[in-house]
Design a protein around this ligand. Structure first.
Ligand SMILES: Cc1cn([C@H]2C[C@H](O)[C@@H](COP(=O)(O)OP(=O)(O)OP(=O)(O)O)O2)c(=O)[nH]c1=O
Length: 205
């Protein structure tokens, strides 16, 4: 039986990114709480959460390679996820604007064979992003588009938010939700060559 490639994510961006690989896959969002005890660094946090998401879905599979991912934004001693509400989105944008910050995205690959987790590989990448100064009118207008509301750091580099992103240093897809060069390396490293795929066709049922 061929393994199924499964994306353990409800993020439309991650689905679009994974489609770029041209492999058949299914989407099974996980419903884990995005909380981690202690005081992890941003890199540790995104790796732990990516693994948590992938493992939760892996436990429901018989034979699969499950991909989990998590993105946060870090500036100074603050780690920022998605805004809680519009007021919080404004606070985050006010905090980020005018200086560069780091976007961390973790990827976890979990292999399941005969209902057992056989292997896991976890890693992350960091990209530096510079958001230029935004005035009050720009922040309010941007939030009224709703784009910031489901994104770490309250902006979308791939969308309207790009108007205020002066530059990035590092991997673009890492900011948008999943570094494709990292995923490519991890899949190849785990013995699932992207260019010679052997996954089961997508189950449409
Ligand atoms: C910084 C940034 C983040 N994002 C998104 C990627 C992620 O979807 C989201 C961060 O939230 P996550 O908690 O990483 O992911 P999610 O809740 O959207 O999906 P799931 O947990 O089911 O995988 O922010 C962008 O789309 N563009 C950007 O420029």
């Amino acid at each position: 039986m061929q393994p199924e490639l499964v994306l353990a994510s409800g993020s439309p961006r991650r689905k679009q990114l994974l489609q770029a690989l041209g492999l058949p896959f299914s989407v099974h969002p996980s419903s884990v709480a995005e909380e981690v005890p202690g005081d992890p660094s941003p890199g540790e946090l995104v790796e732990i959460l990516a693994a948590k998401k992938a493992l939760a879905v892996a436990h429901t599979k018989e034979r699969a390679l499950v991909i989990g991912s998590d993105t946060v934004v870090a500036l100074g001693d603050k780690i920022l996820g998605k805004p809680k509400d519009k007021q919080n989105a404004a606070q985050i944008l006010e905090y980020l604007q005018g200086q560069s910050h780091q976007v961390y995205t973790g990827i976890a690959l979990v292999e399941v064979i005969n209902n057992k987790v056989t292997r896991r590989l976890i890693n992350h990448r960091v990209t530096e992003v510079m958001i230029r100064n935004m005035n009050q009118e720009e922040i309010e207008w941007y939030i009224s588009t709703e784009e910031p509301m489901d994104k770490a750091g309250a902006y979308g580099l791939q969308g309207i938010g790009s108007m205020w992103v002066d530059w990035i240093d590092g991997c673009y897809t890492n900011v948008v939700g999943m570094s494709l060069p990292l995923l490519y390396d991890m899949m190849n490293g785990m013995g699932y060559p992207v260019l010679k795929p052997s996954f089961a066709p997508e189950n449409k049922a």
